[in-house]
Design a protein around this ligand. Sequence first.
Ligand code: ZN
Length: 163
Amino acid sequence: MQTNMETLAESRIHVPEIPRISRKIDTIIVHCSATPEGANFNASDIDRWHRKPPFNFRCIGYHYVVLLDGTIELGRHIGEVGAHCAGHNKHSIGVCYIGGVRKDGHTPKDTRTLPQKEALLELLKALKARFPTAEIRGHRDFSPKNCPSFDATKEYSFLSDNQ
Ligand SMILES: [Zn+2]
């Protein structure tokens, strides 16, 4: 039987309902976890890392985490200020995909799988529907970093232009 990778991926993707919150959101910031290509980490791993040095956050700093198979996991509640982009946390939402560096563990690379790309897009569409004036940016637009290892502003500009 023929299977279609794309169809399978779409059927797996479930975008969580985006709650109404009182916090003003003007930016949606895309990140990578800076973990090696193919390494299957998840939101609870990041939660564990963020509670320890050098972060010492009270919990995971991102609001959403997109796994290799396209699963969208919840991180910190979007009603709460995140901890993901210095100077820009108060009015933003942080979305992180797992990956972002080569297997060597440090060279930046857009490692997104097809399901991750689809899930990221669906999640960003849902967030834009809830926060229509929010702009989608990459972490690197605010900080001298490579995160998220691709040009998120450019890739998702069509979502902002279609308001
Ligand atoms: Zn980042």
